[in-house]
Design a protein around this ligand. Structure first.
Ligand code: ADP
Ligand code: CIR
Length: 339
């Protein structure tokens, strides 16, 4: 997934004027506009290139964040985020009942704890407090959601690598997060919770304090959504997430505000995949993002791609899933694009 240099949203909107206006401002967690743009500055192939250190970053540095949010999500100042977890609104539950195209389906949401700094600005001690709170909440899970929490610092290198390869665990040393300051004190305070069948997982203290994930083999996105919803209902009983009416759920990356939901399939597109630029254009026209099989900034393997809803803010959760549903329908069920 090649990207030309310096085409990030950061380089478009961090103008001299914005820089002059925002330099000198500091949030309560000591986060500055130079901290916010560091990832994009150090990684000119960034798509977006900015991160928030805390909730305040979005208001203090609004002249930078607002246009980026508007361009990425098509969401304007004054709008209110909407939410809908009613699974009966999902238009198609099984996207590939014949099992021909879809290898696996996954939905994740990002969450951060209210009153905590986000990963680029959190202190070492605050990160551990967050981890402890989250781990206590994870103990509530029963039946199929029940599982174990494994701290990254206690994991053997062999198991860690295997879990990354199997798409369960986040990568180590992501250069975009590194520049954003989100990898400080690695691996302390980080870990993964996984249910016995590994269909339900929670990443702790990676890009966001929680990445709550439901995934399974095949194309049954309806089942994946229902599992995620059940888990969220349980977690919300003991954790308070950072949220506002305008931004929805807060996240460190502005692309993940709102529903903070990325619904994806790993899909075989052998013919279309031969021309990745064209495939990217088709996905963009369907409001989908295209990634490689090992996540953001990775490559496709054997004609398998990760496609997902692009917009997460200004759409409800079921609308986010339906964007994927309609896109996949277009790609494989109508076969308009496959042939
Ligand atoms: P995120 O989804 O949290 O934004 P990434 O794009 O880095 O982050 O993906 C995280 C991991 O999830 C990667 O290993 C990726 O391959 C895996 N993944 C994403 N979608 C699917 C899917 N539909 N099936 C299996 N694994 C997936
Ligand atoms: C980037 O700017 O490319 C990284 N910081 C990740 C941004 C979020 N992902 C995306 O837009 N596809």
């Amino acid at each position: 997934m090649e990207k030309n240099h310096s085409q990030s949203l950061m380089s478009k909107y961090f103008t001299k004027e914005v820089k002059n206006k925002l330099s000198g401002l500091k949030t309560s967690n000591g986060f500055t506009v130079l901290d916010a743009v560091r990832s994009g500055m150090e990684n000119p192939d960034s798509n977006v290139g900015v991160y928030a250190g805390d909730e305040e970053s979005y208001s203090f540095f609004a002249p930078l964040f607002d246009p980026i949010i508007e361009e990425y999500h098509g969401y304007k100042k004054g709008e209110l985020h909407k939410t809908d977890f009613d699974s009966s609104h999902i238009e198609i539950n099984n996207l590939d009942s014949e099992g021909k195209y879809i290898i696996s389906s996954r939905i994740r949401v990002g969450r951060n704890l209210k009153d905590f700094a986000f990963s680029p600005a959190i202190s070492k001690s605050e990160r551990i407090v967050a981890e402890n709170k989250i781990v206590a909440a994870l103990k509530q899970f029963k039946d199929d959601l029940q599982g174990r929490y494994c701290q990254l610092s206690n994991m053997s290198e062999e198991i860690r690598l295997q879990m990354v390869k199997d798409h369960f665990l986040f990568k180590k040393g992501d250069r975009f997060l590194e520049s954003a300051g989100a990898n400080r004190d690695w691996p302390e305070g980080r870990g993964i919770f996984y249910s016995n069948d590994k269909k339900f997982l929670v990443w702790v203290n990676e890009e966001d304090q929680l990445r709550i994930i439901s995934m399974q083999a095949g194309g049954n996105i309806g089942e994946v959504f229902k599992r995620l919803t059940r888990a969220l209902d349980i977690l919300q009983k003991s954790l308070i997430f950072a949220y506002s009416g305008h931004f929805g759920y807060f996240s460190s990356c502005p692309t993940n505000l709102g529903t903070a939901m990325r619904a994806s399939v790993h899909i075989k597109l052998p013919k279309l995949g031969r021309d990745e630029t064209n495939l990217k254009t088709i996905c963009a026209s369907l409001n989908l993002s295209l990634r490689g099989v090992h996540g953001e900034h990775s490559n496709s393997e054997n004609g398998v791609f990760d496609i997902s809803n692009k917009q997460r803010l200004g759409v409800s959760e079921t609308e986010a899933v339906n964007t994927l549903v309609r896109g996949v329908k277009e790609l494989i069920i109508n076969k308009k694009i496959m042939n």
